[in-house]
Write a protein that binds this ligand. Sequence first.
Ligand code: HPA
Ligand code: ZN
Length: 354
Amino acid sequence: MGGFEGGMLDAASDFVLGLPKCELHVHLEGTLEAEMARSMVARHGNDPASVGLGERPAAFAGLSDFLARYYAAMQGLQDEDDFYELTTAYLETARRQGVVYAEMFFDPQAHTSRGVPFGTVVSGIHRAQQDALARGGPDSALVMCLLRDESLDSAHATLAESLPYRDRGWILGIGLDSDERGNPPSKFAGVFERARGAGFRVTMHCDPRQETSVAHLWECLDVIGVERIDHGIECLSDDRLTGEIARRRLGLTACPLSNLRLYGTLMADAVTELMARDVLVTLNSDDPAYFGGYIADNFAAVADEAHLTRAELAVLAKNAFLASWLAPARRDGYLRAVDDYVSAAAPSHSAPTR
Ligand code: HPA
Ligand code: ZN
């Protein structure tokens, strides 16, 4: 692991680390570090070597290559304590990286398809969320992602299983992830309509560099009526689409280190372009155990490449709170905390990072 967890620090990154941050795009299963995956597999009596858990390449051959490794590593996650340990470790790292609030994804079908009950997954995660909060944070909420390369029947069945936990307030939103090829948002229009009716907030992945990125983004707006878009950066190839995303104030959850490891570029220019176009773009970590860094590392990487000022970094941090699904009073409290942090950091931190 590199970046802040590896101990790299200078004055500019010190500012990034202390900036109160909101994480909107992190997959809990993508926080499963190789060492934890291996020890869980061994604990359940299997041989870690036989499932290739050590392989976390510096560059992936695109989304499908990453996803194959991501699903393979999950087989160690079997009982409630495993999900508790995974979530506790992520929240502890997030706290160290300056996260005060996180809306975290999980992929229930990746577990129920292996025979792990839905309730086991959410109970372990929920207990870890409660315990982290009792220890002083970060606060967090859960967003259930449906796997777009699974069937519509499986999506409906998973939604049905989630409803009791939606009613208890354990799951806040619903998303869509996994392999986008041949799996457009419209395939799931009926499920998402049901989910919205049940009170779920709605987001969807539109990954970078997909042949159908622009068409899928339009479907997110026109067919699904999403409240946020995960990645979504390819909207920049369609001016009208970018304008509509800005007009609707839809958050776009960019993931720079994910872009770097999957596509060879941070896409930092796209982030500054989206800011200039008044889009509510945010910086996030996606699958940090695979992509070499957590949220502060993503902020630092973009700050470095795009020569962001501290004021611009504060805008990015505030965008995430604005795009979050926090109640207005709590959201506004966090926005004030960012302003207070920036003012308290002056004058020594008033200079640009460049
Ligand atoms: N895109 C699609 N599926 C995923 C991702 C992602 O960024 N991360 C985990 N599953
Ligand atoms: Zn993602």
